[in-house]
Write a protein that binds this ligand. Structure first.
Ligand code: GLU
Length: 268
């Protein structure tokens, strides 16, 4: 009888330590997801000025667009409620820092997946493809990058625009100059006073600024394929894998296409 008690006790100790070990493993393999679940809200960095993607609608004071819907969907899958998401407006310049210092869990903000960036940031599979274009004054006679030799193109800090355009300009054998600005409104202002002769970034972003000034127009030529991905901090593998699964599911089920249609977006 006494021996049986000892055996039972030993089994109990072994089982409980196994349970504790497994629980510990589970915890350490999903530390970022566990942190978000504990907090109860997903923090996402989004654009505030990209109509159809991440746009803070002044009429409602709410963020709306494809990237907002994506964030809500990730919150739903992660926390069971699409409302458990908090948005922070980001720019091309601020988005990586906000992610690295933990102020946001992820960035869904017209963020192009590039080989350079993949060394320091993790990305989900592509959820949209846009392209770089030029916004110019209608009366400027500029018809494309080929007319920009010796002229200045305004680009945003933290954007891949300059590198992409430099490669294209070399192909076209022209040498434009570049001026980098902190924000997009500053580039529009520079265009208006002719400090730059073209404002360049992804067409999706330019659209809002074209609407601000009826004397400007987006030119038809497109100079890149900007493949957008959801960004997470390098090494946050549990979160990266979770987001990748959600994006893949949306793509495979056709829901992503429905989301593009909802926001009037078509990809080339
Ligand atoms: N999509 C481009 C990039 O990631 C343009 C910059 C931006 O998103 O504002 O560099």
């Amino acid at each position: 009888m006494r021996r049986r008690t000892w055996v039972l006790l030993l089994v109990a100790v072994l089982v409980s330590s196994l349970v504790l070990t497994l629980a510990g493993c589970g915890k350490s393999s999903t530390p970022n997801i566990a942190k978000i679940k504990k907090r109860g809200v997903l923090k996402v960095g989004v654009k505030a000025d990209v109509i159809g993607f991440g746009y803070k609608n002044p009429a409602t004071n709410q963020f709306e667009g494809l990237e907002i819907d994506l964030a809500k969907r990730i919150a739903k899958e992660l926390l069971g409620d699409e409302k458990k998401v908090e948005f922070t407006g980001v720019t091309a310049k601020t988005r990586q820092g906000l992610m690295d210092n933990g102020e946001v869990d992820m960035v869904i903000a017209t963020f192009t997946i590039t080989e350079e960036r993949k060394k320091i940031i993790d990305f989900s599979p592509v959820y949209y493809v846009d392209g770089i274009r030029l916004l110019v004054k209608k009366d400027s006679k500029i018809t494309g990058l080929k007319d920009m030799d010796g002229k200045t193109i305004g680009v945003a800090k933290g954007a891949d625009t300059q590198a992409r355009l430099e490669a294209k300009a070399a192909e076209l054998k022209v040498k434009p100059k570049f001026q980098a600005y902190e924000t997009y409104p500053e580039i529009l202002a520079a265009l208006q006073v002719n400090r730059v002769q073209a404002f360049s970034t992804d067409a999706a972003i330019l659209k809002y600024y074209e609407l601000q000034d009826k004397t400007t127009q987006i030119l038809p030529d497109r100079y890149s394929d900007e493949e957008y991905g959801v960004a997470t901090k390098k090494g946050n593998d549990d979160l990266k894998d979770f987001v990748a699964k959600v994006v893949t599911k949306l793509k495979d089920s056709g829901e992503l296409k429905t989301m593009w249609e909802k926001w009037g977006l078509v990809t080339k």
